[in-house]
Design a protein around this ligand. Structure first.
Ligand code: PXP
Length: 238
């Protein structure tokens, strides 16, 4: 199983002073040295953390794969067209949210999502869609022409009882099975940490996890390279 590291928080720290450090490009290189298989950034419309300059430089500097999370807007599609990342992940985006609040409602936005996927595919960019654990949303993502889905693990990660966590894990597993059955790439992520990632990593149909906050939080104490390699050990031990 592969590990994509979301490095948005490095840019958040830099933007706290609107300065030059810490640089997400330096962070990406350390993540790769720690064993990351890919680097993920969310370029938001308000540019609150990652900047255009970051995605442009990351594309040039990293030796793994660049995954850009973005809203399905025409401005973002044109940005992706010029940067040419390995993959775009379509996410819903609200101006004042602290982080992505849930999966994209592909059923509700079917026509628009299909148009955006088609334009990105014509640019040879792989398209993944962030979806909640729902068989209907996976079918809609497939119908819209997506290459992959990223299953939202937030419900699993924030479940308060063992029973609700087990149910959420089962929902992730069933969603992964549906994605694989339809020939989609299957990724997962959101709110995964060093304690709760093991059971998700045990779902063999999931090919990659996207993890940010917990790795960057641990990096403050053990260093980024070490924090990435500890997470990589958790997901490859399975
Ligand atoms: N996947 C998606 C689609 C996200 O929006 C995020 C958060 O930016 C993540 C994964 C990573 O979540 P976390 O930072 O909680 O690990």
């Amino acid at each position: 199983m592969k590990l994509g590291v979301n490095i948005d928080h490095v840019a958040t720290l830099r933007q706290a002073r609107m300065g030059l450090e810490p640089d997400p490009v330096h962070a990406a290189v350390l993540c790769e040295l720690g064993g990351a298989d890919g680097i993920t950034v969310h370029l938001r419309a308000d540019r609150r953390h990652i900047q255009d300059r970051d995605v442009e430089l990351l594309k040039q500097v990293i030796s793994t794969r660049l995954n850009i999370e973005m809203a399905a807007t025409s401005a973002m599609v044109e940005m992706a067209a010029s940067v040419q990342p390995w993959q775009v992940t379509l996410v819903p985006e609200q101006p004042n949210e602290v982080t992505t609040q849930g999966g994209l409602d592909v059923i509700l936005n079917e026509g628009h999502v299909r148009q955006v996927v088609s334009r990105l595919s014509s640019l040879n960019i792989r398209v993944s869609i962030f979806v909640d654990p729902s068989l209907e949303q996976v079918r809609a993502a497939h119908k819209a022409g997506a290459n992959a889905i990223e299953i939202n693990t937030n419900g699993y990660a924030t479940a308060r009882t063992e029973a609700s966590q087990a149910a959420a894990l089962k929902a992730v597993e069933e969603t992964a099975r549906m994605g694989a059955k339809l020939g989609l790439g299957v990724l997962a992520g959101h709110a995964l940490n060093y304690r709760n990632t093991g059971p998700i990593a045990a779902i063999s149909l999931i090919e990659e996890l996207n993890i940010g906050h917990s790795i960057l939080a641990r990096a403050l104490f053990v260093g980024l390279k070490e924090a990435v390699s500890e997470m990589k050990a958790i997901i490859t031990r399975r």
